[in-house]
Design a protein around this ligand. Sequence first.
Ligand code: HEM
Length: 232
Amino acid sequence: MSSSYDPLLDSNIQSSNTNKVLDLAKHAENKRALIVQAGLLVLVLTILHAIFTHPIITFFAPHPILNSLGLVFLAHALLLTQPPPISPVHKTLSGRIHGILNTTAVVLFLTAFSSIFYNKAIHASPHITTWHGLFGITTYTLLSLILLFGISIYWFPVKVFGSVAKAKSFYKYHRIAGYFTLTLASLTILLALDSDYNNNVLHISYTVVGIAVTAIWGGLVLGLTPSRLGFI
Ligand code: HEM
């Protein structure tokens, strides 16, 4: 006979407790995703407000706008794959959408780069002369490489790595590089605030963007499962 003091023997109580724990975990996850999304919304609105309340510089304006939109896609690609998959169908679908969102993010980031590069070229300004520029070019390069790496693991595992199992063993490096580059992208945005153009013209608030970027970065990093990085 089972007793309510002995949950191991009472499968109803045990499963109701498990459900409660799962509900709490889901609730915490949703809250974290909302914090990330609130940070993204504040970032995008702050940048749009700064750009459209000043004279538009045709080839500069797309740079901050498309970069912040790139971050929106990148953040959602990460949010989507953070909860461990609950079924093979979930795993396949979330992997596919993760790839599509990240491809979109990289297209937006590289278009943002082309616009600032062209803007500098037509004004005969030198390239990569600031910490923002240096962190930025490193972010673009790493994101593009991580995307190619992810596409190879997911869509061409046998061709590139010889077998599906071998390809899967590289996922942890893809994840580590992904979170490292997210950190670089976050720092790049903060460094952009110290550009002459922001300090003299746009005046985008350090405090508002600082809080938004911390919410985005913090919310995403807190969603990391350390065991999936291969350290534990
Ligand atoms: C993750 C987001 C971002 C990345 C990866 C990034 C990347 C870059 C890169 C690589 C350059 C140098 C281009 C060259 O020298 O040819 C640059 C320049 C610039 N960016 Fe960004 N950027 C980002 C976000 C922003 C934002 C949000 C602003 C808003 C103010 C901004 C403002 C500028 C300005 C004013 C320059 C010219 C001055 C300089 O080279 O530092 N960027 N960016």
